[in-house]
Design a protein around this ligand. Structure first.
Ligand code: FPP
Length: 245
């Protein structure tokens, strides 16, 4: 018997680092914010495409804890785009298309933005047969782990958690991504080959796929290429597979 697990046809959960909006705009001598706008359009198309091919969870890195260091104009532009665009996705419950979730250090955000996130989350919570679109905003993988560790420490200090009972399952449940299966496949557009503090805990056994395509140019066909490559992999989750098996 092989210790490896043949991958299912379509990954249950795809995570994406949507990189390259700025370069896409620069090549056209456009402001960076227009690159992000094209990026948001791409996300709409890719969400629909992923739903159509049977992906159940899509998680995207929209704004990192480090992105506040960008110019005030760019940060404001990204936030405005996000607030506008989340209202334009097709979330009709009859078509049951999307269930929104937001992860990251949301408590640190402006109350208006949090209210928008809460409203679309609530509106789409009951959508059946939906793809779950998780938007990571003001998100950092280390920050997510640290906040969960603090939660565990506080519970333990109050006597509500036995430190000896803290295992991977219990701890995972305290993370922002708790309750969602770990990503099977991470895609990063825009040439860089790193994970940039994204889902550090959850990507432990994910298959990684990188492309030079800039995010605004990314198409359903690029998802197909990533999945075709993913299907050739054998996931071992740390186990050894003997030769010939
Ligand atoms: C990375 O490209 C992209 C971002 C930091 C922002 C991503 C935001 C969006 C796609 C819009 C948000 C809207 C929704 C609906 C989620 P980059 O700016 O780092 O590109 P570069 O590396 O070419 O400069």
């Amino acid at each position: 018997m092989s210790a490896g697990t043949a991958v299912p046809k379509v990954p249950v959960h795809i995570a994406i680092i949507m990189d390259g909006n700025g370069r896409w705009a620069k090549r056209r001598a456009l402001p960076r914010t227009l690159g992000h706008r094209e990026g948001a359009e791409t996300l709409k198309r890719i969400t629909r495409y992923c739903k159509d091919i049977g992906v159940q969870y899509l998680t995207v890195y929209a704004f990192s804890t480090e992105n506040w260091r960008r110019s005030r104009d760019e940060v404001t532009g990204i936030i405005q785009l996000l607030r506008y665009y989340i209202g334009t996705f097709d979330t009709d419950p009859e078509r049951g298309s999307i269930r929104f979730r937001f992860v990251g250090n949301l408590e640190a955000l402006d109350a208006g933005l949090r209210a928008d996130f809460a409203a679309i989350t609530e509106k789409t919570r009951g959508n059946r047969d939906a793809i779950t679109l998780t938007i990571a905003f003001n998100y950092g993988g280390r920050d997510e782990i640290l906040r969960a560790a603090k939660k565990a420490a506080e519970l333990a200090a109050r006597g509500e958690l036995d430190p000896g009972a803290l295992d991977e399952t219990v701890f995972s449940g305290m993370l922002d991504m708790g309750g969602i299966p770990d990503p099977d496949l991470l895609i990063r557009s825009g040439s860089e080959r790193r994970i940039s503090n994204f889902l550090l805990w959850e990507l432990a056994y994910a298959e990684l796929w990188f492309t030079d395509v800039l995010w605004p140019d990314f198409k359903g066909g690029d998802i197909d290429l990533a999945i075709a490559d993913y299907q050739k992999r054998q996931r071992r989750f740390g186990a050894v597979v003997e030769e010939g098996e």
